[in-house]
Design a protein around this ligand. Structure first.
Ligand SMILES: Nc1ncnc2c1ncn2[C@@H]1O[C@H](COP(=O)(O)OP(=O)(O)OP(=O)(O)O)[C@@H](O)[C@H]1O
Ligand SMILES: Nc1ncnc2c1ncn2[C@@H]1O[C@H](COP(=O)(O)OP(=O)(O)OP(=O)(O)O)[C@@H](O)[C@H]1O
Ligand SMILES: [Mg+2]
Ligand SMILES: [Mg+2]
Lengths: 256, 256
């Protein structure tokens, strides 16, 4: 039975997409069947996995708004056992349209829950906001992973995110649990990075993953080739860090 | 008569707040009267200017939703002639509430237009989305500055942003003009940075500012002291780059 994991943080540019794509690829490398659901209208996870958004006639918008069968929307990627439910620019108007529909927070869950047994993992890449698209992800997910950039501003929005999780848990999805907090873009040359790590550990304790993702230029180059880091440069520090994270995620969930 | 400038890009983490705070401080340093309006619920511009959000009883939410007089909400900052209209976590629910109100796209303009003559510049720091808060900014502004990070994913969302601008111009604000595109977090050690610069110049031509903001750790440290770069480390490369940008912004607008 698959595990549904939302990767969310309304702060922008903290590594949500990079984590979805690369953690997904590392788990697929170990033989897990992984589906990545891109619900960000920017479609970065879609292009980061080499799918050309301009050629897509249908996407997650059609699942959320038109009730199209999810199975018809799934795409294979270059990585064995790694599948994608893509997003396109049509999703940009999706949040406003979704607001007018019945069961607006649960349409992602309704449209995908029958596919859960077909995968070991379903990752949902969220946009940088706490609107209806992210709410749909938090309502469907049983686990949440929060990437936090090792930067000062990244600490600011955590209160808002945690209160949204509490709200979701009390009204839409009582099963939602925080799997962990992931520190990203760590730069050992700056004091700021270490200060943020210390601060986040103080607030989240052992919810913080031991693995820290370093700032690594290979991670930011890989999307321009449409490949996850494991295919683009498997021996890089970025690939190793995400493999270590995959190991930890499996440790934390093995008894589930 | 003041110039209203929106700093927007729905891609997250590209340097919108950093540009508002530091370009604002550089213009104030030259004797211009500047107001920074923070309409991002995360309130990074508010804390980046040293204002403690927890102590604020009222903020931009009260202007947008409760029609409170803007003058009562303005705060002085540590920088002479640099003022702030702060945001707090209360704004997080603001977008949904705004959607139910009459004249929902023009409430920022209605609430602030009488203050325009009191400032030389009004900068609006937008959240990483194209929802009602950003629409309010684009409806009020006459000029738009788009920061673009020197990263691959940053190129992806431009089509969406440009089509939003076209929509705003045709229905809400025919005067909106693109002042320029600013390249940020340029890292000379990577090929990727230069590739993005070349690509953005190809698409935007001379709309791209000559000044490029380098990746500079002082810029990311300054917010943790609540100071813009001009007060935190005036001789840093980050401060120099934003001063050069200020010069160029004045060149581009002097005949206005
Ligand atoms: N560890 C890393 N080292 C270097 N660059 C990174 C790293 N992680 C992410 N990046 C780059 O930083 C930028 C932001 O990351 P990413 O797009 O994954 O964040 P995000 O949270 O998904 O952003 P958004 O809020 O816009 O959805 C991207 O250009 C990405 O390639
Ligand atoms: N030129 C730079 N050099 C180094 N760090 C930078 C630079 N510009 C911005 N930063 C840092 O990068 C992060 C993202 O920048 P910033 O928060 O200004 O982007 P944003 O577009 O406002 O993000 P959001 O989409 O969440 O509003 C911040 O932690 C900031 O301190
Ligand atoms: Mg993303
Ligand atoms: Mg910002």
């Amino acid at each position: 039975m698959g595990t549904v994991l939302a990767v969310a943080n309304q702060k922008g540019g903290v590594g949500k997409t990079t984590t979805c794509v690369n953690l997904g690829a590392c788990l697929a490398e170990r033989g897990h069947r992984v589906l990545i659901v891109d619900i960000d209208p920017q479609g970065n996870a879609t292009s980061g996995l080499g799918i050309d958004r301009r050629n897509l006639r249908q996407c997650v918008y059609d699942l959320l708004i038109n009730g199209i069968e999810a199975g018809e929307l799934l795409r294979e990627t270059e990585v064995t056992d790694l599948w994608l439910l893509p997003s396109t620019i049509r999703l940009a108007g999706g949040e406003v349209e979704l607001a007018t529909l019945p069961r607006r927070e649960t349409r992602l869950r309704e449209g995908l829950k029958h596919l859960v047994p077909a995968f070991d993992w379903i990752f949902i890449d969220c946009p940088p906001s706490l609107g209806l698209l992210t709410l749909n992800a938090l309502t469907f997910a049983e686990l949440l992973l929060i990437p936090i950039q090792c930067e000062y501003y990244a600490l600011e929005g955590l209160g808002q995110l945690l209160s949204t999780i509490t709200m979701v848990r009390s009204s839409l999805n009582p099963h939602l649990e925080l799997l962990g907090v992931l520190l990203t873009m760590f730069d050992p040359r700056t004091n700021l990075s270490q200060q943020v790590v210390d601060e986040v550990r103080k607030v989240f304790g052992d919810k913080v993953f031991r693995s820290i993702i370093p700032r690594n230029v290979r991670l930011s180059e890989a999307p321009s080739y449409g490949k996850p880091i494991t295919l683009y440069e498997g021996s890089s520090k970025g690939a190793q860090a995400y493999r270590e994270l995959a190991e930890e995620v499996l440790e934390r969930t093995h008894d589930k």
